[in-house]
Design a protein around this ligand. Sequence first.
Ligand SMILES: [Zn+2]
Length: 459
Amino acid sequence: MIDHNTIERIQDAAQIEEVVSDFVTLRRRGVNMVGLCPFHDDRSPSFYVSPAKNICKCFSCGEGGSPIHFVMKHEQMSYYEALKYLARKYNIEIVEKELTNEEKQQQSDRESMLILNEYACNYFVKTLHSHPEGRSVGLTYFKERGIREDIIKKFQLGYSLEERGAFSVEAQKAGYNIDFLLKTGLSFGGEQNRPLMDRFRGRVIFPVHSISGKVVAFGGRILKKVENVGKYVNSPESDIYSKSKELYGIFFAKSAMVKQDKCFLVEGYTDVLSMHQAGIENVVASSGTALTHGQIRMIHRFTENITVLYDGDTAGINAALRGIDLLLEDGMNVKVVLLPEGEDPDSFARKQNAESFHRYISENETDFIRFKTDLLIEEVGDDPIKRSGMISNIVNSIAIIPDAITRSVYIQECSQSLKMPERVLIAEINKIRKRDWDKRKEQKNRVSVGTSVSPKAHK
Ligand SMILES: [Zn+2]
């Protein structure tokens, strides 16, 4: 519990623009500041922050309120948690009284799972640095991969012992509930009073931090060669973790993303680590799956410029063509960099410093539509049927770009490189946009009919 005086001190200290800008990039507009709303699918800034009134409000979805309200809503925290969060941010000391058993009970599952993950994260870190097996197996692995001490600490890398239930036993001794060990996926088994087993045993650990820095999941990489066992395992989906909503590295990238007004997208954990080590911090990893709208929105709140790094082999090039349309659709400026053949972002970054890395990027960065066009032209050659397929492929990508001016720039360019009259491309693009618009309208109608009908169905 927090006493009344402390609550007042927190309320006085918390400045709305400082609180919001930890999560949303704000720009001045008159006496207010504006940014993309974090609570709905916002494409033009509708989220207003008034430093004078110390409140925020979205003029599209209506969400907003005081700094405490914003933190509660954005971080899905209780009132009490939000106060603690703000107290930490403003260095206000809280004297807490010990929670009674009843109060402990009342803490939501979500909070309990996050507390357990925090404990597990510290346990794995301690094991990596202090346990003989952690040092000889885990730490040696990271060192051999050339990962520096400061990066290991920053990303809270850890190690889980080989012994079947080493962590589960420790956690239960420390008072953590079996339910939450199972719900977070840290442990499994335990039926009919059999002992719990550790999901990550014998693996080095990569904690996944949410945008506000909470550990919501873990990735574990196995070091031994074991048949029928995946190289990586991840925490299962849970109340606190949805794979499609998180981006590895976002917490450590967000301020650099704002400063550089750019985000690098890579695939794996180690790509992110190596780039940080080379001094490039505005980088996130999609963990090998195509980006979702939710993930793109998260990036878009900090910058609209995204550069995707790919391996320079054929598989890398093909991957480069997939999943980009979603980025274009969200109005992002998408660029592509192919790395030298045989390199992935991890191996490449390890040979660079920040300066040489940036030089390579600026010399090799290609606008996505241009990249795609050049690539397809080369691939298709003179075959007329393939050629028309290629043109419709490119036209489809241009058609989903929301901004009309950007679209027309691409149309001009493609008209030249594809040797097609502009008006033909424009007609084709308009046809696609009309079709998509109709489709969306139809879906909207269906949704609104659905919602107006369903309450009756309950009666
Ligand atoms: Zn909104």
